[in-house]
Design a protein around this ligand. Structure first.
Ligand code: NAP
Ligand code: MG
Length: 402
C-alpha cells in the first residue's frame, strides 16, 4: 500500500512518562506505516526543557504559529518533588501555560463517545465541548486575610487623563478576607473569537454563561464583549447555521443537564475549571477526553486532556505491562491530521483520520478496551487489553477498513 501524502508539516511535541511511551507506539504503529508526513519534532521531555532553559517550549510554540497545526504529548509540570526526581535546575513553568500564552489560545475539551459507554446524564447524546477562558479572574488574584477592623478599598491609579478611582469594598469590624481579581479586554476578546472560530470549525451552537445580574460590571463586561464579537461574525455564523445563546450561569448548568449535547459551552476561567471536570466524569473517563488549543488567528494544537499517567509509568519502569488508555492521544493525532487535511485541501488525509477514529470506536464498541473502560462499558466484559495490545487491535481494524 502506498502512503498517504500529508501536504504541509505538522508540529509534533513529544512529552513525558507513560504518555511518551504511548506516543512512540502510536507513531510506530499508526502514523509512519500509513502517512508520508513531515513532522517538525520538538522534544519537551522534562530533561530536555531543563537543558535548554525551556527554550524548546518557546520554539515549539513559534513553530505552531508558523505551520498552523500541532500535536502534543502530555508533559510534566514540575513541582518541588519533580525538581528532585529529575534533578532539574528549577521548576519550569507549565508547557501548556507557555503555549497558551504565546498562541494567545483557548482550550477546548471534548469527550469521545461510543455507543456502549453511557453518559452519567441520560439526556447527553452528543459531546458537550467546554471552552475555558484560561486567563485571569481567580487565577491572577491578590488576596488578603484581614486580621481586624479596617477598611478595604478598590483603588485604580490612572496612567493618563482618566480619573483615579477609590471604592470601598468593606468596612471590616472584625477579621475577614478580601480579594482583587481582574481581566483584560484583549484576553476576553481573544477568548470570544477563539470560541467563535471553534464553533464554526465544528459547526456547533455556542453558549456562554455568566452572572451579569449580580456582577453588573465585571460579568456584564464579558457578556458585552461576547455579543460584540458575535455581532461582527453574524453573517458567517448564520451561513453556518450556528446560533449563539447567552445564559445566566446557573441557568446554563440546569439546561446542560437536560440537553442532548452537541454544543460548545464557553466558560469563564473558574467555571471552566469546575465544569470541565464535571463533563469529563459525566462522559466516562479522562482517557476519553481530547483537548485542542485554538488561537484567535486560527492555529490549532491537539492533545489528550489527561496528564502523563505517572502511576502507570512507574509500573512500566518496573517491567510490568500496563493497560493505559491511548484513545485520547490517538484522537490528538486524528484531530491534527484532519485539520491539516482541511487546511491543505487533501480529503484523503481527512478520510484517513476518520478511518482511524472509526477503528478506535469500533474496538471499544466490540468490547476491546483498556482497564479503565472495563467497568464503564455495557455489557460488562471479563478481560481487558494491555497498552500495546489495544493499539494492535486498532491497527488490525484500521487495516481491514482501508
Ligand atoms: P494523570 O496523568 O491525568 O493521571 C491521573 C490518574 O487518572 C491516573 O493515575 C489514572 O488512574 C487515570 N488516568 C489518566 N489518564 C489515563 C489513561 N490515559 N489511561 C488510564 N488511566 C488514566 O495525572 P497525574 O498522574 O496526577 O499527573 C502526572 C503528570 O501529568 C503531572 O506531572 C502533571 O503535571 C502532568 N499533567 C500534564 C497535563 C498535560 O500535559 N496536558 C495535564 C495534566 C497533568 P489510575 O492510577 O487509577 O489507573
Ligand atoms: Mg478542574
Amino acid at each position: 500500500m502506498s502512503k498517504i501524502k500529508v501536504e504541509k508539516p505538522i508540529v509534533e511535541i513529544d512529552g513525558d512518562e507513560m504518555t511518551r511511551i504511548i506516543w512512540a507506539m502510536i507513531k510506530e504503529k499508526l502514523v509512519h506505516p500509513y502517512l508520508d508526513v513531515d513532522l517538525k519534532y520538538f522534544d519537551l521531555h522534562i530533561k530536555r526543557r531543563d537543558e535548554t532553559d525551556d527554550r524548546v517550549t518557546v520554539d515549539a510554540a513559534e513553530a505552531i504559529k508558523e505551520y498552523g497545526v500541532g500535536v502534543k504529548c502530555a508533559t510534566i509540570t514540575p513541582d518541588d518533588d519533580r525538581v528532585k526526581e529529575y534533578e532539574l535546575k528549577k521548576a519550569w513553568p507549565s508547557p501548556n501555560g507557555t503555549l497558551r500564552g504565546i498562541l494567545d489560545g483557548t482550550v477546548f475539551r471534548k469527550p469521545i463517545m461510543t455507543k456502549n459507554i453511557l453518559p452519567a446524564v441520560r439526556s447527553w447524546k452528543k459531546p458537550i465541548t467546554i471552552g475555558r477562558h484560561a486567563y485571569g479572574d481567580l487565577y491572577k488574584s491578590q488576596e488578603y486575610v484581614v486580621s481586624g477592623p479596617g477598611k478595604a478599598e478598590l483603588v485604580f491609579t490612572s496612567k493618563n487623563e482618566m480619573e483615579d478611582v477609590r471604592l470601598t469594598i468593606k468596612n471590616f469590624e472584625g477579621p475577614g478576607i478580601v480579594m482583587g481579581i481582574h481581566n483584560t479586554d484583549k484576553s476576553i476578546r481573544s477568548f470570544a473569537l477563539a470560541c467563535i472560530k471553534y464553533a464554526l470549525s465544528e459547526r456547533i451552537d455556542l453558549w456562554f454563561g455568566a452572572k451579569d445580574t449580580i456582577s453588573k460590571k465585571y460579568h456584564a463586561h464579558f457578556k458585552n464583549v461576547f455579543s460584540e464579537e458575535i455581532g461582527r461574525h453574524e453573517q458567517e455564523l448564520k451561513e453556518a447555521g450556528i446560533s449563539y445563546r447567552y445564559l445566566l450561569i446557573d441557568d446554563a448548568v440546569a439546561r446542560i443537564m437536560k440537553h442532548e449535547g452537541g454544543i460548545l459551552w464557553a466558560c469563564k476561567n473558574y467555571d471552566g475549571d469546575i465544569f470541565s471536570d464535571m463533563i469529563a466524569a459525566g462522559f466516562g473517563s479522562l482517557g476519553m477526553m481530547t483537548s485542542v488549543l485554538v488561537s484567535p488567528d486560527g492555529k490549532f494544537e491537539y492533545e489528550a486532556a489527561h496528564g502523563t499517567v505517572r502511576r502507570h509509568y512507574y509500573e512500566h519502569q518496573k517491567g510490568r505491562k500496563t493497560s493505559t488508555n491511548s484513545v485520547a492521544s490517538m484522537f490528538a493525532w486524528t484531530g491534527a491530521l484532519r485539520k491539516r487535511g482541511e487546511l491543505d485541501g487533501t480529503p484523503e488525509v481527512m478520510k484517513f483520520a476518520d478511518a482511524w477514529e472509526h477503528a478506535v470506536v469500533g474496538c471499544i464498541e466490540a468490547g476491546i478496551v483498556t482497564k479503565d473502560l472495563m467497568h464503564l462499558i455495557t455489557p460488562p466484559i471479563e478481560k481487558y487489553e494491555d497498552t500495546e495490545g489495544f493499539m494492535d487491535q486498532v491497527r488490525k481494524r484500521l487495516d481491514k477498513s482501508l
